[in-house]
Structures are given as C-alpha cells and as structure tokens.
Design a protein around this ligand. Structure first.
Ligand code: FE
Ligand code: CA
Length: 510
C-alpha cells in the first residue's frame, strides 16, 4: 500500500507546496468523476481528473489554487513509481487537472493515481503508443444520450481495454430533462421515446450548465471504467454545444444571435476541455474561442488523423440536415468545407508523409454517400454529413487513393455501417479506394432507422447497416488486415445489458 506520508517526505518540492493544499478530510471526496488519460504518444500521455466534491452543483471546491499530487507506476498495485509530481488547479478551469507525463517508454502499460489531502483517486490504467508495433487495438465510440439508455457498451469496452479509444463526439447532449418513460423493449417505436434516467435541468447554455451536464455523465460508473481502462483521443461533434452547429452558426439562427451563440460556444469548449484528457486549453480571443482537437496519432500499423468537422465548417446548405431541400445547386460550391482550409492542408501533408500500412480518418459524420431515394427529391441526402460537402469529399478521396489502405471511422448517425469507398463515391463500379466503418451509438436512439434500412438496397457500396442496436466498434489492426467487430448490446434500457459481436469485417477479404 502506498504511504502518503512517505510520498510527501520523498519530495522536497512537495513539502514546499503543502500549505497550498488547504483541503482536508473534513470536505467531501473530491474524485467523484474518476480519472482519465489521453493523447497517447510513444513517450508521453495526458492524465486527467477533476476535483468535484459536489459534482452536480458546479463542482463544490472552495475558490483558490489547489495542489494535486499524482504518481505513475509500472504496476497495477502502484508499488513501482516511474513518475510523480504536483500540479496546480483552480476554479479558473473548474478545478480540472491535466498533466502531460513524458519520458515514458513506447507500448507500455502504466497505472496512475491522484492524491488530495487524505483522499486517493481511483487508479487508472493507460498505455503509451508504439509507432513500431506490428499490431494495435482501437475502439470507436460516439453518441451517448444519457436519457435514452445505459452505458453498458462502455462496460464491455472497458473489459476489452484497447490500446486506444477514439471518441468522435456527442459525448453529452445539450437538451432539457424529459419526463421518465419506460417502455416495452420489444416495441421499437416506443423504444425511441424512452427516458430511463433524466438530464439535470433545462437546455444547457452557460459554463455552469455545461460543467454540471458533463459531471452528470461522468458520474456513470461504466463511462468512468472506460476512461480508467485505456487512453482516449477525442474530438467533439455537434451536441457538445448545440444540434448541427457549424462554426459560428447555430442550427436555429432565428432563436439565438451569433453573439449569443459565440458566448455559448466559448462556454461549451471550455467545459469540454475541463472534462477531457486534452493537452491544450481553448484559445480565447474576446468571445471567440477555438479548441485544438484535430491531431495525428501513430498506433503501430495505423496512422490516425483525428478530424474536427464542426469548428471550421461551412454552414449546411439546402436545409440544415435531414431531409434536405432539393434540387440543391449550392452543393457544387467548391469552397464548402467540413474542416476548413487549414485543417485540409494539414491532413494532406500528413497523408503525403505517412509510411503507415493503414491511414485512418477518424471523424464525426458518415463519409460515404447514402441515397434515401432514387431521384432528386427531398430526403435524398443528409446535408449535415459529407453528402452536404461533396466537392471537398472528392478532394479527400483523390488524396486517399494515393496512400496505403485508407480507413474512415465515423459516428453521428446512431446507425452502424460498413462501406466500400469508391473513387467516384456515387459509382460502385469505380475503383475501390478504402473502407469506412461507422459505429452505432453508445446509447442514443436512431428514430430514422427505417429510412436507413429501407434505402439499403439503393446503396451497393454498403455491406452492413444496423440502426437497431446500441454498441461500439472494435478494430484489431495488423500489417495485413483491419478487423472491425461491431459490438452490440442486447438491451439498452437495462443497466445489466450483455454485449456480443453482430458483424465482422476483414479488409484482407475485401
Ligand atoms: Fe448523436
Ligand atoms: Ca451528431
């Protein structure tokens, strides 16, 4: 057992900082939201926690600077310390704690823990990346509406403990609490209206609201277990701020002005940073804020380009989403962008330099086309997905055609699929460029699943589609194969749901 006293005496810098602690055992337990790690590199990883003795009431820490100790060990029983230190936090960042630990060895497991006063955090397990490794395991997760179901998929994910978890957004939902409503799990129409547990309060718009909403989600033990099991890389989608937002434009500009939306965006980006194992806080300039989320990671045979398709996006054309207004000449505008020009240039540079066997775009919305009708009538496309940005999509496909084994990972639509990406994405007779694997959702419903299932025959490039079940995607990557296993939960309204594999795709067989 680790001795706190011995730890304090072991480091003179810690002794100097002890007067800052001022936070003893008389206060409530501060590590209610668990621990997390992220941004895995060959020699470093980011560790996270947040001090929140009253998690649903703004956190509940007294104001002022607090010093938190941490240790990183090479064993799960926390006996052999390889790194340790002290990090300060305060109410300025919601008493969140971010530590970049470097000097680590590639492809190694580490265990870590935070300490404040007499309190110890839960112990987390993390793992550095290994760019030379011959194999890696990756989980893909998205869309976890708290009211719609339990997070059993995260329990299954935590048991698997992959090298890295990729979360592509809708980590929280911004909506107001709805009345509890339980229903017959076998009645699929009713299932979409279920509320198994409630959001805290009205629709969230302020930093206080966003903090309390993240805290609500983070109190879930299955979500905490998934964070404590593996390092995560994360980029938000829309519901971390507001449905279908694009850059500084909300989906309902008639209901919130640009000024109001910018203030909301600033609060939401700050709260996202405070709850994620991210290296950098938002860059704030007046009321304009941006958060660095897109980045490149190398996990053995896979080079992962994590994209941010919201902060720099052009507003959706011809209707905000699904269904769209057709015909839509604006779709042919080459300046329409999901990523912004700078991020596109950054992506193309990394693709050009890559020597990886698999080149991955991990991003939010469905990349391949999905036809909902055979003609140009309304409902043919979803304008919030890449079908609303076809010229940029073609530019990306043209670049992917020049790299080894492109794989696109997607979320957003609460419906799992496996696609072949063609050089002309609308012509399944054109050459095959790569594959797309979309995860379903951890718990969010798919009320449009009949439209998706009914249209499957119109989409020859789609090998698998399933909007019925909640779950996540497991990928096992070797030099010669990318295996995607679609994990599904047997129930979403039960906290004891069981997981199984519904479908498996191997690129070596394609
Ligand atoms: Fe979602
Ligand atoms: Ca979404």
């Amino acid at each position: 057992m680790f001795s706190r006293r011995r730890f304090l005496l072991a480091s003179s810098s810690l002794v100097a900082l002890t007067p800052l602690l001022g936070f003893g055992s008389s206060t409530q337990y501060p590590f209610t939201l668990g621990v997390a790690s992220g941004c895995p590199r060959d020699n470093s990883v980011v560790l996270w926690t947040r001090l929140a003795p009253k998690p649903l009431q703004g956190g509940g820490m007294p104001s002022g600077i607090v010093a938190v100790r941490y240790r990183v060990c090479s064993d799960p029983s926390m006996k052999t310390t390889v790194r340790q230190g002290v990090v300060q936090t305060s109410e300025i960042k919601g008493h969140s704690v971010h530590v970049t630990v470097d000097g680590l060895r590639p492809g190694r497991e580490y265990w870590y823990q935070f300490y404040l006063g007499d309190d110890d955090s839960p112990i987390g397990r993390t793992r550095t990346s290994d760019s030379q490794a011959l194999t890696t395991t990756l989980a893909l997760a998205a869309c976890q509406h708290y009211e719609s179901g339990y997070f059993g998929a995260f329990r299954d994910l935590a048991k698997w403990a992959p090298d890295c978890v990729i979360h592509v957004g809708d980590y929280i939902y911004e909506g107001a609490a709805r009345p509890l409503y339980t229903c017959d799990e076998n009645n699929s129409k009713d299932l979409e209206r279920q509320v198994v547990r409630q959001h805290n309060g009205a629709e969230i718009t302020t930093l206080w609201d966003y903090r309390n909403r993240y805290a609500l989600y983070r109190l879930d033990s299955d979500l905490q277990a998934a964070h404590a099991a593996s390092p995560w890389i994360v980029a938000m989608d829309d519901h971390e701020i507001d449905n279908n937002w694009a850059n500084n434009t909300p989906q309902d500009p008639w209901a919130q002005t640009e000024l109001e939306f910018k203030v909301r965006r600033l609060a939401a980006l700050q709260a996202y940073y405070e709850h994620m194992p991210l290296e950098h806080p938002p860059v704030i300039n007046g009321i304009d804020a941006t958060l660095h989320m897109h980045d490149v990671y190398r996990m053995g045979p896979a080079q992962i380009h994590l994209l941010d398709t919201r902060q720099y996006r052009s507003d959706q054309v011809c209707g905000q989403g699904f269904p769209a207004d057709f015909p839509c000449d604006a779709l042919q505008d080459p300046t329409l962008t999901m990523t912004g020009q700078a991020q596109e240039k950054w992506l193309f540079e990394h693709l050009r330099k890559s020597d990886a066997e698999f080149n991955v775009l991990a991003q939010q919305t469905w990349f391949s086309p999905y036809r909902y009708a055979e003609n140009d009538k309304a409902k043919q496309w979803n304008m919030d997905q890449w079908d609303g940005y076809p010229i940029q999509r073609q530019r990306i496909i043209d670049r992917l055609a020049d790299v080894s084994n492109p794989v696109v990972l997607s979320g957003d639509w609460h419906c799992a699929n496996a696609n072949t990406i063609h050089r002309d994405p609308l012509d399944s007779n054109s050459s095959i460029v790569g594959h797309e694997f979309a995860t379903s959702s951890i718990s969010s419903n798919c009320p449009w699943k009949s439209a998706v299932h009914d249209a499957a025959p119109l989409n020859e490039h789609v090998h698998y589609v399933n909007g019925d079940k909640r779950g996540y995607l497991r990928s096992t990557v070797t030099k010669n194969n990318w295996k995607s296993e679609y994990r599904v939960m047997d129930k979403q309204t039960s906290a004891e749901a069981k997981a199984s594999t519904d479908y498996e795709f191997n690129t070596r067989d394609a």
